[in-house]
Design a protein around this ligand. Structure first.
Ligand code: RFL
Ligand code: PHB
Length: 390
């Protein structure tokens, strides 16, 4: 098989790039290890910055997002039994975020790829890129007993943190920066009315909590848990009781509880791989960087990678201009590190650290006190949360 761009990974990053390139007549194939049902069963991001929403529209996939997604112009930070509101709209110069689940967005991208007869190959086993520094790279995968070879100009590694693409960059070239946090988030999805129309990030001595939502009838809640905890350790009743304890009393009292329809634990990690290009391999999204979910930046950092790659590929195929491809890694990493900084800061300010000393906790108190006493600090939070320009 021959194509221009072979994209490894059919998550939001890979599908979005595939759709954008196809709309401009650039031939591509997506190889996904899992089935479509499996990919759509993962409950992940809920908050999209306006830049991501704009890219969805450009990919002609924004219709349902614009109809069903909710525009949020602010969120709350709960602490010390009170709630302070961050006015995103006011402090970001009129911007906002869209609350629309990653599951729905991925479904929209799959449907768009189907409509255009895009090539998305599921259950592709043993995907392996080859000859990445040559002018004729190729990717192989196995389907049953058959090994299929795809010759291409470029390989895109959009295969997430555990993918194969990053691992094909030689150890002497790849530099990895990582910070692992000593806790995870236990998330519950439930068919209940959300406790608040806007998100609540809660700092509490028992641990962080987050009240989020997917719609007015579907709630998404998280609590910080020790890394050793297992999902089976947490009954629904125990989850709701702990969540309520970590919220201001008046919020906890209003909480509507119900059976969980999904429950999972995600460990928190900050990670960056440099460079994001090696020969004709380009990394994008979680394959190259991970943030703790506290700042809602993960998928949004993938969006800027895709935006830069898309424009670099257009310049190459339409005008023979390779400057975008040459600059991709440096340009993407500059924005990636800003998302790292913001997510790290939100995480440090709002979580309870098992080995913290009283001095650390005083600094956390002061961080919050400063935030809500300074318009400049709220402006800084808001511009990062709605997304720095691409
Ligand atoms: P994905 O989604 O991991 O997709 C990669 C795809 O590649 C496939 N794959 C392979 N395919 C072929 N061959 C191989 N060898 C392969 N290895 C893997 C995988 O099956 C998969 O389908 O990466 P992508 O596309 O870069 O998208 C990244 C986002 O998924 C991620 O950044 C966000 O979910 C992070 N995130 C959030 N981001 C936000 O912007 N806002 C949020 O509110 C937000 N909340 C979250 C989050 C992530 C969370 N978890 C579970 C980590 C909340 C949580 C709890
Ligand atoms: C979510 O709704 O899953 C969500 C929202 C905001 C975050 C992280 C996760 O910061």
């Amino acid at each position: 098989m021959k194509t221009s761009v072979c994209i490894i990974g059919g998550g939001p990053s890979g599908l979005m790039l595939s759709q954008l390139l196809h709309l401009k007549g650039i031939d591509n194939v997506v190889l996904e290890r899992q089935s479509r049902e499996y990919v759509l069963g993962r409950i992940r991001a809920g908050v999209l910055e306006h830049g991501f929403a704009a890219l969805m529209r450009e990919a002609q996939c924004g219709e349902r997002m614009d109809r069903e997604g909710e525009i949020h112009e602010g969120f709350f930070i709960a602490h010390d039994d009170r709630m302070d509101r961050v006015d995103l709209h006011k402090y970001s110069g009129g911007s906002s975020v869209v609350v629309y689940g990653q599951t729905e967005l991925t479904r929209d991208l799959y449907e768009a790829r189907d409509r255009m007869n895009g090539q998305v190959i599921h259950n592709a086993e043993d995907v392996q890129p080859h000859e990445l520094t040559s002018a004729t790279p190729y990717v192989t995968y196995r389907k049953g007993d058959e090994v299929v070879r795809i010759d291409c100009d470029y390989v895109i590694g959009a295969d997430g943190f555990h993918g194969v693409s990053r691992k094909s960059i030689p150890k002497g070239v790849l530099r990895e920066y990582e910070k692992v946090y000593p806790f995870g988030w236990l998330g519950v999805l439930s068919r209940t009315k959300p406790v608040s129309p806007e998100l609540i990030y809660a700092r509490h001595e028992r641990g962080f909590a987050l009240c989020s939502l997917r719609s007015q009838v579907l709630s998404r809640y998280y609590i910080q848990v020790p890394l050793a905890d297992k999902v089976e350790d947490w009954s629904d009743d125990a989850f709701w009781a702990e969540l309520k304890r970590r919220l201001p009393a008046e919020v906890g009292a209003k909480m509507v509880t119900g059976p969980s329809i999904e429950k999972s634990i995600a460990p928190l990690r900050s990670f960056v791989a440099e460079p994001m290009r090696w020969g004709n391999l380009f990394l994008a999204g979680d394959a190259a960087h991970i943030v703790p979910p506290t700042g809602a930046r993960g998928l949004n950092s993938a969006a800027s990678d895709i935006y830069y790659l898309y424009h670099a590929m257009l310049a190459h195929y339409q005008r023979g201009d390779d400057s975008g491809l040459e600059n991709y890694s440096a340009k993407a990493l500059a924005r990636v590190w800003k998302a790292q900084r913001f997510s790290w800061w939100m995480t440090m300010m709002l979580h309870t650290f098992p080995d913290s000393i009283e001095y650390d906790r005083k600094l956390q108190d002061t961080d919050l006190a400063y935030l809500f006493s300074s318009e400049a600090a709220q402006r800084s939070l808001a511009e990062n949360y709605v997304g720095l320009p691409f």
